[in-house]
Design a protein around this ligand. Structure first.
Ligand SMILES: *[C@@H]1O[C@H](CO)[C@@H](O)[C@H](O)[C@H]1NC(C)=O
Ligand SMILES: *[C@@H]1O[C@H](CO)[C@@H](O)[C@H](O)[C@H]1NC(C)=O
Ligand SMILES: *[C@@H]1O[C@H](CO)[C@@H](O)[C@H](O)[C@H]1NC(C)=O
Ligand SMILES: *[C@@H]1O[C@H](CO)[C@@H](O)[C@H](O)[C@H]1NC(C)=O
Length: 376
């Protein structure tokens, strides 16, 4: 009798432990498959690290096109007519593609301006228009400002691709010809700088962003829930450090996400302080001298037409693919975690972004000039 009980007791726990073991194995397997799946996705999505480094992600933003685009173009036209510039606009004078010494496009993309979408467009065009597509590999820390040696290395890398080809990387403007190498065709995209900063703010708080980071780099701690819950309006109105944009300030950290002009200014020390005249002038000069096209997210129609006409070897047929294949399936802004921000708060931020806004308007006007010169 006693032995029987003893046996039963032995059998039951054995079954239970087997069951537990089985459950554990399947859970592990599930987690393994899930992690592997996420890791694959992660690689595809090219997720970058550090909240304040240059992060690209799974979020496609497709550009808008509407009445604002049309009225913006009219305003530029009126301005150019009043200064007498309208008649003298010539595509050849606005065409930096002609200055290129090699058929390699260097797209030093700015994050959170819809450049992921433009990259997808270029990827599709690469098979249609028959050119090479090269993209920077995933990096733990995205460094956008490089030492002179690293700039030389990057210039050599860009020059090593067989033309025709496109190379894409998050990096400040790198003057390839300064290293005695052939001038590539520079392109980029910009966006309203305040909208961009808000987009960034919610992007680094979106669950997919930090969960993926955690999986890729387990040693990085999960963010504080209080930080995650903080909304942009409160952040600005309470004078929170994170949402304070002060002229001349140099933020710690390699990737200063607040300024898209930094991607055009270059690697010089003068490019570091926030919203300064010196950085703005350098950025404008690089655009004027080197960039074939700097598109504007809010004006995708104009951007695509200008890319098609000024860089035809690569962008022929871009509008068609964009409107029929890409934007049709891409919501304007996929981050469902981004609540609306009031105009009042945006205006408070705008007051501190004067040079950034000036740079954005400068790029927009240049794009308009290029478009108007075509006399379509
Ligand atoms: C954008 O381009 C498409 C196709 O070329 C055209 O049908 C549409 O009217 C344009 N929209 C604007 C706002 O210019
Ligand atoms: C880039 O380098 C070339 C050659 O040294 C120089 O002429 C040009 O002014 C430089 N561009 C900028 C924006 O500094
Ligand atoms: C704007 O700049 C001023 C200093 O010029 C600073 O005191 C203020 O906190 C800034 N505001 C925001 C929202 O960045
Ligand atoms: C700009 O220059 C490129 C290269 O020479 C040429 O293919 C393109 O047609 C030009 N576009 C315009 C609008 O002049």
């Amino acid at each position: 009798m006693e032995q029987f009980h003893w046996n039963r007791r032995m059998v039951l726990p054995k079954r239970t432990s087997e069951l537990i073991a089985l459950m554990a194995i399947s859970t592990t397997l599930f987690l393994f498959l899930h992690t592997r799946d996420l890791n694959t996705k992660l690689k595809e999505m090219e997720v970058k690290i550090q909240p304040y480094s240059m992060v690209s992600g799974n979020q496609l933003i497709s550009g808008d096109s509407g009445p604002a685009e049309v009225s913006g173009m009219r305003a530029t036209m009126k301005l150019l007519e009043s200064t007498g510039e309208m008649q003298s606009l010539q595509p050849t004078r606005l065409n930096n593609t002609r200055k290129a010494q090699t058929e390699v496009v260097f797209f030093n993309r700015v994050p959170k301006v819809g450049s992921q979408t433009l990259m997808e467009l270029i990827r599709r065009l690469s098979s249609k228009n028959d050119f090479g597509f090269h993209q920077d590999r995933v990096q733990r820390v995205e460094t956008i400002r490089l030492s002179l040696e690293d700039q030389a290395e990057l210039a050599a890398l860009v020059s090593s691709y067989e033309p025709p080809g496109v190379y894409i990387k998050h990096v400040c403007f790198t003057n390839v010809s300064n290293f005695g190498l052939p001038e590539p065709i520079y392109i980029n995209l910009v966006r309203d700088p305040v909208e961009r900063v808000i987009s960034w703010y919610y992007y680094v708080r979106a669950p997919w962003y930090y969960v993926e980071r955690k999986i890729a780099f387990p040693d990085i701690p999960l963010p504080d829930p209080k930080w995650l819950k903080k909304d942009f309006e409160t952040c600005v109105l309470t004078d929170d450090r994170e949402c304070r944009y002060v002229r001349g300030e140099i933020r710690e950290g390699i990737g200063d996400h607040r300024r898209q002009s930094m991607f055009f200014c270059g690697h010089h020390h003068d490019c570091l302080p926030f919203d300064t005249r010196g950085a703005l002038e350098r950025a404008k000069m690089a655009v004027e001298r080197h960039y074939a096209v700097v598109g504007v997210l809010e004006e995708m129609n104009t951007t695509l037409t200008v890319l098609e006409k000024y860089v035809p070897r690569f962008f022929e047929g871009a509008s068609d693919i964009y409107w029929n294949e890409i934007s049709r399936y891409t919501p304007i802004n996929k981050n469902a975690f981004k609540p609306p921000v009031s105009e009042e708060v945006k205006n408070i931020v705008r007051r501190n972004f004067t040079r950034e806004i000036e740079f954005y308007e400068f790029c927009k006007q240049r794009l308009h000039k290029q478009y108007l010169a075509l006399k379509l």
